[in-house]
Design a binder for this molecule. Structure first.
Ligand SMILES: NC(=O)c1ccc[n+]([C@@H]2O[C@H](COP(=O)([O-])OP(=O)(O)OC[C@H]3O[C@@H](n4cnc5c(N)ncnc54)[C@H](O)[C@@H]3O)[C@@H](O)[C@H]2O)c1
Length: 257
């Protein structure tokens, strides 16, 4: 897909990767970019800069996704590209993480993608075209050694995206899944920019992610990997799962110090 003249929606568009996507889509000549975010003020700032539309939405709420889709269609017509990008890091840890924290990350990182597809797909299927870009993470293909809630929810995003591609690909629906490793955004760096993580070493800028997304969409590739080495790690995991687990145990021990 070429972005020129397209109607594009980006959730989590107020900051980080989503903001870089919005800015880049505007440069590519999108007809409009709808900047959807829980942080309404920051969304308004991005929308002003690119002459787009800001909508304050909580992607974990089905009604907000329906509102986002219907407002966009009312203002600009059919949606060509919907980027389900908003996400949270959640708490570190595993089974001991509280039910409330598991539920929160499940709703924001997974249900948001389901609600978005439920809201936007009927229109796309009717017009016989449309593109869904799901932001997962390298953690969705591999793991995030620091936190099970993030790993599990990002795996679920990959699973849902591939299911959508298999089920609706022949009906003209394109699906891509964006799986970066570390990206220098608030999620990785923290609000004060002082958080440390083993992912910092190879972290890239959100604008670089946007560059790779533009070429991934142009090629209509399912997996969009801003860190190309992730393809090798994923292939090694598939080829010898036990060897991969042994390596990940060593990484996990290093990260835990
Ligand atoms: N930064 C990384 O290292 C990294 C790596 C891989 C994948 N990702 C994924 O990329 C996506 C964007 O992350 P980022 O790094 O740009 O983070 P970020 O924190 O900079 O931006 C996330 C945006 O999502 C918004 N948001 C959070 N919860 C929301 C909700 N319930 N409803 C609507 N908006 C909400 C926030 O307000 C924020 O503007 C996430 O899905 C994240 O999991 C990030």
């Amino acid at each position: 897909m070429q972005i020129k003249d397209k109607v594009v929606v980006v959730t989590g568009g107020a900051n980080g990767i989503g903001k870089a996507l919005c800015q880049r889509f505007a440069v590519e000549g999108a007809r409009t970019v709808v900047v959807a975010d829980l942080d309404g003020d920051a969304a308004t700032n991005v929308a002003k800069e690119i002459d787009g539309l800001a909508l304050k939405v909580d992607v974990s709420k089905e009604a907000d996704n329906l509102h986002l889709v219907s407002e966009t269609i009312k203002a600009f017509g059919p949606i060509d590209l919907f980027c389900a990008n908003a996400g949270i890091a959640g708490e570190r840890g595993g089974a001991e993480v509280s039910n409330e924290a598991w539920q929160e990350i499940w709703d924001v990182n997974v249900m948001s993608h389901i609600y978005a597809a439920r809201a936007v797909l009927p229109g796309m299927l009717e017009q016989g075209s449309g593109y869904l870009l799901h932001t997962s993470s390298a953690a969705g293909l591999l793991t995030q050694v620091e936190g099970a809630p993030y790993s599990v929810t990002k795996h679920a995003v990959v699973a849902f995206a591939e299911w959508l591609s298999i089920t609706h690909g022949d009906a003209g629906i394109k699906v891509s899944c964006l799986c970066p490793q570390g990206v220098r955004t608030q999620m990785l760096l923290g609000v004060e920019g002082d958080r440390t993580s083993f992912l910092m070493k190879d972290a890239i800028e959100p604008e670089t992610v946007a560059d790779v997304v533009i070429s991934g969409l142009a090629e209509e590739r399912f997996l969009i990997l801003p860190h190309p080495e992730v393809a090798d790690y994923f292939s090694r995991k598939a080829t010898d799962y036990d060897r991969w687990l042994r390596g990940m145990r060593r990484l996990s021990a290093q990260v835990r110090g």
